[in-house]
Design a protein around this ligand. Structure first.
Ligand SMILES: *Cc1c(COP(=O)(O)O)cnc(C)c1O
Length: 428
């Protein structure tokens, strides 16, 4: 459920007409709903009610500080995967003891940053990384809380680019080697081995793979405890999928997921962390774009938008599907026609949808991509020298630009031309 609904023939974000925001900020832009973000966070938080837990929002899904502050204000922690994300979470007011640090290649500098700034735990992905954390922590006279990310060799049954829990993926250490690696960790100075971490992939639409993975984590908890490790925290990762089309509304809910967590690891007396990203932000955001032209092709018609693959890359990168709807509500029973919906970028990959049935739309009309809140704005680029598009947040009847559109000069003036480039004469 989200808060982007038609009302009196027009699409609203909560209590604000989307067209009014478009008139104020121009198109294209991302638009997020506070009520939807909070609703999704609360569903997870409630699903783990009664267990000691922390919902750490995987901020790589949508990392604007206004979104982070909204979620942190409701009690969320953050899962970060880079020094940049760590700094951004801190800038948004998230305390270090609510930040977990994931990712396969944490640098020495990033480890130093997190240790000195405060960290809930590092989720360690390899032995060399574990040794580096030990070295940096020891050098600072500190103790780093760590979990080891285990790779349970479970098929997440999702798109290959976002599956992470098979043995051929780059993530974590093979679960079969866990005892050995935990023994090494316990022997290293400057580390406090507090738990186990697992994350098997993204956009999982079935609970089966989670169940297999969490059962393996439960077994491993018992084994490692028998080996003498004080396993007291389980980080179960993120990955719960969202409905991108109205026809697959029957996906598992956070409450089902919570029940699964209780069933598989609930009796171990561990504190539980989860790291949802997509489910919190995905349907809490839309991308609004304008139709520039309708073009008749050979046997197919094109709808050319002012938004492009550089603004929303998911269709080009993951063959992702987004519902695309007009901002003015179509008449009931309006006849639909197929369009290839494309952006202006000079690649055929800049295609959002092929032969999509659309109600009547004219040049100049606004359309909205639903489910664009996660892995949308954060993956955008300035390809084709198109400035990054703005982000806007709605709360009730208020809206605010939370990242402005850069001017062309701001974008262009980041380049510098060395004096020795032939033909260049410095502007006078
Ligand atoms: C990407 C990622 C997540 C979030 O995945 P979603 O599918 O957005 O819920 C959580 N944990 C880790 C380690 C990740 O890399």
């Amino acid at each position: 459920m989200d808060h982007f609904l038609y009302r009196d023939g027009a699409l609203y974000a909560e209590d604000v007409p989307v067209a009014e925001i478009a008139a104020a900020v121009g198109t294209p832009f991302y638009l997020y709903s506070t009520a939807t973000l909070l609703r999704h966070f609360t569903l997870f938080d409630d699903a783990l009610d009664g267990m000691e837990h922390l919902v750490c929002y995987a901020m790589k899904a949508a990392s604007n500080q206004a979104i982070l502050a909204t979620l942190a204000g409701a009690g969320a922690g953050m899962d970060v995967v880079s020094g940049g994300e760590y700094r951004r979470a801190k800038a948004a007011g998230v305390p270090g003891d609510r930040i977990v640090f994931s990712g396969v290649g944490k640098t020495k500098e990033e480890i130093h940053l997190a240790l000195t700034g405060g960290i809930r735990q590092f989720n360690v992905e390899s032995e060399p990384e574990m040794e580096m954390i030990s070295r940096v922590a020891s050098g600072l006279g500190m103790t780093a809380p760590i979990t080891v990310r285990v790779n349970p060799d479970v098929d997440a049954k999702t798109h290959a680019k976002i599956a992470t829990g098979k043995s051929e993926n780059k993530f974590g250490i093979p679960i079969a080697r866990a005892r050995e690696v935990y023994a090494q960790a316990a022997a290293l100075p400057g580390l406090d081995v507090i738990g186990i971490d697992v994350h098997i992939g993204s956009q999982l639409t079935d609970l089966g793979p989670f169940e297999l993975a969490y059962q393996k984590v439960a077994e491993l908890t018992e084994t490692l405890r028998a080996d003498g490790h004080d396993i007291r925290r389980l980080d179960l990762g993120g990955g719960l999928g969202i409905p991108y089309t109205r026809s697959n509304e029957a996906l598992p809910l956070p409450s089902d997921y919570g029940a699964l967590i209780r069933r598989t690891v609930g009796d171990l007396g561990c504190e539980v962390e989860i790291e949802p990203g997509r489910l919190i932000a995905g349907n809490a955001g839309i991308m609004v774009s304008k139709v520039i032209y309708l073009k008749e092709g050979e046997g197919r018609d094109f709808m050319i938008l002012d938004g492009a693959m550089n603004d929303l890359i998911r269709p080009a990168m993951y063959e992702a599907y987004h519902d695309i709807i007009p901002v003015r509500e179509p008449d009931a029973g309006a006849e639909q026609a197929p369009y290839d919906i494309v952006g202006p970028v000079c690649e055929s990959g800049d295609t959002f949808a092929k032969q999509r049935m659309m109600p009547p739309v004219a040049a100049g009309d606004l359309i909205a991509f639903r489910g664009a809140g996660a892995y949308g704005a954060v993956m955008s680029s300035e390809y084709n020298s198109r400035p990054l598009i703005p982000e806007v947040l709605v709360k009730g009847d208020q809206f605010a630009v939370i990242r402005p559109r850069p001017t062309f000069d701001e974008m262009i003036n980041r380049d510098t031309i060395p004096e020795w480039v032939e033909g260049y004469s410095a502007a006078t």
